[in-house]
Design a protein around this ligand. Structure first.
Ligand code: F6P
Length: 338
């Protein structure tokens, strides 16, 4: 059943909204991205920077990991002000700067665009259409779907996978490219099997006051995103995220009976690190909630942030209803000066 937009906003997990949105991006841009990357490499690009803020930054963590592991091109991911203030010395005409901003108006992302252009770098943006960012970047990819973070994430994957194919582990890149083309259908399957649990969890946890999110590897960025965008921004619930690799280096001291802790488990090589932290939390009776990629319809390990995002988003969507706190509610953002 498709909900028309209510006070709770539009649910991009309803019907085929997500599948259609991501399919369109694939159709519109897979050839274009292949050509852009070809042109970058032909002109001597040898480093890549990803820049964005909040949710638009979180999506860049998994692609940096993929580039580190499978391409010969050094990559870095920055939040906007960090990029502007650090102004990397090596940022020059051999760099490509990937800038993501849903609104295309975020001040520090626009300043990052200026910096990239001043240094002669190539630029590409991911945003809504007809925004200052889209107009200012040399190349721009735009979307028209309410699944805004997954849209930007998918665009980051298109660019990253082409970099891997054209300057890295070609076989792995081609495998991932193939998986990206099949992803929209896969996402639909995942949507269909994850709602019930999200709903049940929301009922169970609706009165909890705070969460720790623990993840690593391909899912570290998603833990950050769920903390920043969903729990803090959209639900006003206390939250903190911990890289599972850091768990036993201090954070584990907070574990106590009944403390809600959300663990995200992927199927990449970092899984044992997350499992080790989870086992510890269970041993000391924390209230652990596990979102495990292994329990979803099978998806490429390096596409984990898409699959687990959906399972988390059902939880968020139903939590908002249970708490009668719609996800679009803000008290400061877009309302006061900040
Ligand atoms: O630059 P963008 O993507 O418009 O994002 C700005 C805001 O949107 C969010 O990603 C989500 O609302 C925030 O974290 C951020 O402040």
């Amino acid at each position: 059943m498709i909900n028309t937009e209510s006070k709770f906003g539009l649910n991009y997990l309803e019907g085929s909204i997500l599948k259609d949105g991501i399919s369109k991006i694939y159709k519109d841009y897979h050839d274009k991205v292949e050509a852009i990357v070809k042109e970058w490499l032909a002109s001597g690009i040898d480093q890549v920077y990803f820049v964005g803020c909040g949710g638009s930054r979180a999506i860049m963590e998994p692609v940096k990991l993929i580039l580190d592991k499978y391409s010969s091109i050094p990559a870095d991911a920055y939040t906007g002000w960090e990029f502007v203030n650090r102004a990397p010395e090596r940022l020059n005409e051999r760099a490509a700067v990937v800038l993501a901003s849903h609104s295309g108006t975020t001040e520090e992302v626009l300043k990052s665009l200026d910096l990239a252009k001043e240094r002669g770098a190539k630029t590409i943006s991911f945003s809504l259409n007809d925004t200052p960012l889209q107009k200012g970047a040399e190349n721009s990819l735009v979307y028209n779907t309410p699944a805004v973070n997954l849209a930007k994430l998918f665009m980051s994957y298109l660019v990253t996978t082409q970099l891997v194919i054209q300057s890295g582990n070609k076989a792995f890149g081609e495998e991932l490219w193939q998986a990206l083309s099949a992803l929209p259908e896969k996402l639909q399957e995942i949507i269909n099997v994850t709602e019930e649990r999200g709903k049940a969890l929301a009922k169970q946890y609706k009165d909890k006051k705070g969460y720790y999110l623990v993840a690593t590897g391909m899912l570290a960025g998603l833990a950050y995103q769920f903390k920043v965008c969903t729990l803090l921004e959209m639900q006003w619930i206390h939250a903190s995220h911990i890289n599972a690799g850091e768990f036993r280096h201090g954070p584990f001291e907070i574990v106590e009976e009944g403390q809600p802790m959300i663990f995200l488990l992927g199927t990449d090589e970092s899984r044992p690190v997350a499992e080790r932290a989870l086992n510890f939390a269970n041993r000391y009776k924390a209230d652990t909630i596990v979102f495990d990629l292994k329990e979803l319809p099978e998806i490429h390990p390096y596409l984990a942030p898409f699959g687990v995002h959906i399972a988390l988003q059902w939880f968020a969507w139903h939590l908002a209803q249970e708490r009668d706190h719609p996800l679009p509610t803000r008290r400061y953002m877009w309302k006061v000066e900040y």
